[in-house]
Write a new protein. Structure first.
Lengths: 177, 177
DNA sequence: TTTACTGTACCGGCTGGACGGTCTTGTCAA
DNA sequence: TTGACAAGACCGTCCAGCCGGTACAGTAAA
């Protein structure tokens, strides 16, 4: 793929995420994204010929970022399990001020099928974790608790306090062994 | 409040949930809801003067149903804790073929603030559970795992198999004590 | 009993506006 | 000069909300 005059693609993807977060998932119009990215509507549609392609781009970049981050954590400290890496990575993600995936609601509103790759990725990750442990019950609890944490973060629910989340993470790490 | 000729309100709320589930959260138009409910658009707008009021109605009826179901479970078998009741209730909810809250994405797309009452409800429930146990860590893990289960159900992720979910629930009940 | 009036419940066409996507024109680097 | 790319006016579509109308139940005066 040729590189654009300026790498508009990433700017646009970031802008889309920002708009979804700040203006609400229902207000993710192409015009808003273009304006936010400092690009004209025509320019946006040049990079992403359709809104669906834009959503798809968001999903793909999210997934590849996540994959890379997980791999980095899992290998950098070779002693810890993938599950521990996943727990810590998710905890860090949730501590960041901006929920990284608030665009997801826009994607769902557009077409729920956009999430199919994410579901597949999750199932794949789960299978990988299953091969790493012999206590399926504990794994399930951990995996779902992380899912819950991520979901709360996504919904912008400040239901848990800072301390509670820290306690949760340490409890999960203990269960993960 | 006078009772309507037929209780259209509930019919409309149910229809809205159905449309959101089947046509996708982005296709929740007033016309679609009215048609599904066997009511004209004018009739719908008579009962819910604005789309926002309809969403609000969905949230309120969801919350009151949930509250009632939880109370019923918690008192019917007085021996079990509220946490156990919550776990079992959520497990049953997730086993039902139709996700009961798929309208939530429509509400979020419309305006994320619609979820405020739900967040408040969750926090309130969590506080209540905190008063029931002395092991905050375990409670956190359970609470978040349930959240994860509900979220997966909401996203229609069949990431977990039937057996896995059963194992998860039994593990949670064991942790809950 | 009849007739006229009132308020409730509901109908469905209409409109103004927003949005997605196209098309033509402009621009700049090579 | 050329072609990759940006700009933004433009068009068709869709939808929320409005509004004038209809049907009907209750009431009450005649």
């Amino acid at each position: 793929m040729r590189v654009p005059r300026a790498n508009s693609r990433e700017k646009i993807l970031a802008a889309a995420a920002d708009v979804a977060r700040e203006a609400g998932p229902g207000s993710l119009s192409l015009e808003a994204v273009a304006s936010r990215a400092g690009v004209s509507k025509g320019g946006l549609l040049y990079n992403f010929p359709t809104k669906a392609k834009l959503m798809q781009g968001l999903v793909e970049s999210y997934l590849s970022d996540f994959q890379k981050a997980l791999e980095a954590r899992a290998t950098e400290a070779g002693h810890e399990s993938v599950l521990s890496a996943y727990i810590k990575l998710s905890a860090d993600d949730c501590e960041r001020p901006k929920p990284s995936a608030s665009w997801m609601f826009s994607a769902i509103a557009e077409d729920p099928d956009f999430l199919t790759p994410i579901k597949a990725f999750k199932r794949q990750l789960f299978e990988r974790l299953k091969g790493e442990t012999d206590d399926l019950g504990s794994l399930l609890v951990c995996f779902l608790a992380i899912e819950g944490m991520r979901s709360m973060n996504l919904f912008d629910s400040d239901v848990l306090s800072e301390d509670e989340r820290k306690l949760l993470v340490s409890s999960l790490l203990k269960i993960a062994g």
